[in-house]
Design a binder for this molecule. Structure first.
Ligand code: PEP
Ligand code: MG
Length: 765
């Protein structure tokens, strides 16, 4: 049989572009149609179709096709497990059949006119655990598709998953799936409000109250059209302007916070491209409704449907619609006023903020934000943190009644808000600012290499949560990244980021780090870092539950996508290290490492450039590894000790529970001796052992860590100066004696005494 050499790399590139081109396509249907046409062309398939999974009916429905009867779109439906397509999604595995008509699962749909297509290849489209649909190619010839076609189709499905997911949500909306569930004080007394810390930093500035509650901007009391009658042209202009503004914001955001740029804007674009959204508005306008009213009515109907969903990520879409509707409305009503600049050098106080509000405020150089009355999602605080905006969450509703221009101090580190602060408060605040400036000066004092007083070399690396922390790490002379917590790009999103989305983030990390070491830890979700969109909620013991590497093993597709993105980003980068969190057995380590190997093989087969020899190591976080340390040290390329979890699990004390904080004791004799054993095993096997938990930056533990032979520490960037200073003040002799005394201690109290004596400069006997 004649085999055509198909160019899968160009297919992937085109698909990547297609996802970008979403913004330019007329609507969701044309987007899906373009996707199937592109895949069909590249795989020389006679047929390519996308079936979407409708959650309310649990049916798979034909949504776009090239090759089947176009009239079958929307008509062909099947249950999970029914027919070849239903079987593919049910089993969550690719299905390749050389002679479809002879297969037991084959089901003939007369609307499709498909009986002549014998070769059948389908892959599930999934977003993490969420079933989205099936991507299918067919051909008249039997045995037409090859194994490499399966890989290419899988890669395409994974690249398209995010966009298709949004498309599906909107399409479901129009099938009527959603249920509608409608959802002042004495300000002068207000002096000090205590709130919760969400993002640190200080600000002293006049306040501006951002009166925005859910749906308010879209209500008649929100943006008043002042009785003006607008035209269809005004409306069309506002739509265009909105699209331009979104694009501009997206571009700006990609620079500033690559982790979540697409999170915020893909959904906005998708809604704007949804034919029903805009055309429902135009219909109302054609029938005589004033455009602002038409925008409000349609946007509100979408908001109601989305916000009545039990799924967190659907609710999140209600925010997106409101955000988009409000933007459309202000562009319509107030086209000449330009974008209101609310937050410039202001403390913005608000009841609710959307991610794009934070962005806009950041662009306006807002001084600080106070969110009143809860409603804060973790990604709002992470966004604020990474954009360097102090953010406090307060309960006191009186804050919303403060007259504009009242001055306030926001102490984001303590969670305090001082209204109209007295001179002493201002002075002490300014004193603190001065000490911050001193911290700036420390940057210049940082030595490029860290050594003990007597010359022993110690390597200092940075722990990074968000890319915005990388510049500080570099300024403070970090020798590389010792721990990149990849869960943050996952946490700030409303659903699992695709391989391509992660690639953007990791690429950026690699670019910024140049030839320095980059240690990327695979997803450490669960425990205290629950992803809103995962099903892993409501466990009785999350710290002992489906978290970390266990979570990655469960959702292998997500694990593979992450490893692929890391490997691809690492191409050309010398020192890439991949490590797995919460490893409890050699079996788990091998399984995780095999995933890296198989991803490398697949990338090679697909012709995608990637790092071919990453170091593969593990976090040492569980007491379970203690008895097989030497075997681990033989298997792993490096160890990184996560003392936060190690202490938690060794001492059975919840690291986040304030009630048992006293039991969280890193100097417990069993912890200290265990750490010494881990360092010893690493030394015997000749592998690098670093410490990346909080112990690594605590001045009182640094001598002990060096004493047991640790020569790499990874700490938050801001802590690098004090850690370097501590190390340069120590000699190996004093460290050794101190370490020996600590390891001899059998009680917590005894260890405490040794630590205190060392602090006071008492030399052990
Ligand atoms: C640790 O457990 O010490 C660690 C560094 O990982 P995390 O704090 O992200 O759990
Ligand atoms: Mg940990």
């Amino acid at each position: 049989m004649k085999r055509v050499k198909r160019d899968h790399l160009s297919l992937l590139c085109d698909i990547g572009e297609l996802a970008d081109l979403l913004a330019g396509s007329e609507n969701i249907h044309t987007f899906l149609q373009r996707a199937v046409e592109m895949v069909a062309r590249h795989l020389d398939a006679d047929v390519c179709s996308i079936y979407l999974f409708e959650r309310n009916t649990q049916d798979l429905v034909l949504a776009a096709t090239v090759g089947l009867n176009p009239r079958a779109v929307g008509k062909i439906r099947m249950k999970l497990g029914e027919g070849l397509v239903g079987t593919t999604l049910f089993s969550r595995k690719p299905l390749s059949v050389d002679k479809a008509s002879a297969d037991a699962h084959y089901k003939y749909f007369k609307e499709a006119d498909e009986d002549r297509f014998e070769s059948f290849l389908a892959v599930p489209i999934q977003r993490g655990e969420e079933k989205i649909g099936v991507l299918v190619v067919q051909h008249e010839q039997e045995c037409f598709f090859q194994a490499s076609d399966t890989d290419a189709l899988r890669a395409s499905a994974s690249q398209l998953a995010g966009s298709i997911e949004n498309a599906r949500l909107l399409m479901e909306l129009h099938t009527g799936n959603g249920k509608v569930n409608p959802e002042p004080a004495d300000v002068r007394e207000l002096k000090l409000v205590r709130g919760l810390v969400a993002s640190g930093g200080y600000a002293h500035a006049p306040v501006a109250v951002y009166k925005k509650t859910h749906g308010e901007l879209l209500s008649d009391q929100g943006q008043n059209d002042g009785g003006t009658i607008y035209t269809m042209d005004d409306f069309q202009e506002a739509v265009k302007l909105t699209a331009i503004q979104l694009k501009e914001m997206e571009n700006a955001f990609v620079e500033r916070l690559p982790e979540s740029a697409s999170l915020i804007f893909t959904a906005h674009f998708m809604i704007l491209k949804d034919p029903s959204f805009i055309s429902k508005m135009t219909n109302l306008i054609e029938n005589g409704m004033n455009p602002p009213e038409a925008v409000r009515r349609i946007a509100n109907s979408y908001i109601k449907i989305f916000s009545s969903s039990p799924h967190a990520y659907m609710k999140e879409k209600a925010n997106d619609v409101e955000d988009l509707g409000s933007r459309l409305l202000s562009n319509l009503i107030c086209r000449s006023c330009g974008e209101p600049s609310l937050g410039q050098k202001r403390v913005v106080i608000s009841k609710e903020l959307f991610p794009s509000d934070i962005l806009k405020l950041a662009a306006d150089e807002v001084a600080a934000i106070v969110l009143v009355g809860g409603g804060v999602t973790s990604h709002i605080s992470i966004l604020a943190r990474s954009l360097g905006i102090p953010l406090v969450i307060a309960e006191d509703e009186r804050l919303l009644a403060l007259p504009g221009g009242t001055t306030a101090i926001v102490d984001g580190d303590m969670g305090n808000i001082y209204i109209d602060p007295a001179a002493e408060v201002v002075n002490s605040h300014e004193e603190r600012l001065k000490t911050r400036k001193t911290a700036d000066a420390i940057k210049n004092e940082m030595l490029p290499e860290t050594r003990t007083k007597d010359g022993t070399r110690v390597h200092l690396y940075a722990n990074i949560n968000l890319l915005s922390e990388v510049p500080l790490a570099l300024e403070l002379k970090a020798e590389g990244i010792g721990l990149y917590r990849t869960e943050f790009p996952f946490l700030v999103r409303a659903n699992f980021p695709t391989e391509e989305e992660q690639l953007v983030v990791y690429n950026r990390l690699m670019e910024q780090m140049g030839d320095k070491v980059v240690t990327i830890r695979t997803l450490d979700a669960g425990g205290d870092k629950i992803l809103a969109y995962s099903d892993v909620k409501g466990e009785d013991n999350p710290a002992l539950g489906l978290r970390s590497i266990r979570f990655s093993f469960k959702i292998k597709e997500v694990f593979a996508q992450q490893i692929r993105a890391i490997l691809r980003a690492g191409a050309g980068h010398e020192k890439l290290r991949i490590m797995f969190p919460m490893i409890s057995s050699l079996d788990e380590f091998y399984q995780a490492r095999n995933m890296v190997m198989s991803c490398m093989e697949k990338l090679k087969a697909e012709g995608l450039v990637h790092h071919e020899k990453p170091e593969v190591g593990m976090m040492v976080e569980l007491p379970a590894v203690m008895e097989t340390l030497d075997e681990f040290a033989e298997a792993a390329d490096f160890f990184s000790i996560g003392t936060n979890d190690f202490v938690q699990y060794m001492l059975a004390v919840d690291r986040g529970n304030k009630r048992v904080a006293d039991y969280f004791c890193p100097y417990h004799p069993s912890v200290l001796r265990a750490l010494a054993k881990i360092a010893g095993a690493g030394e015997r096997a000749g592998i690098d052992v670093s410490v990346c938990g909080e112990m690594a930056h605590e001045p009182e533990y640094i001598p002990f860590l060096l004493g047991i032979g640790i020569r790499s520490l990874s700490v938050n960037a801001k802590d690098l100066p004090q850690v370097q200073k501590r190390i340069t003040s120590l000699t190996l002799d004093e460290i050794r004696d101190h370490t020996r005394s600590l390891l001899e201690m059998t009680t917590i109290e005894g260890a405490r005494r040794i630590l205190d004596e060392f602090k006071k400069g008492v030399v052990p006997d």
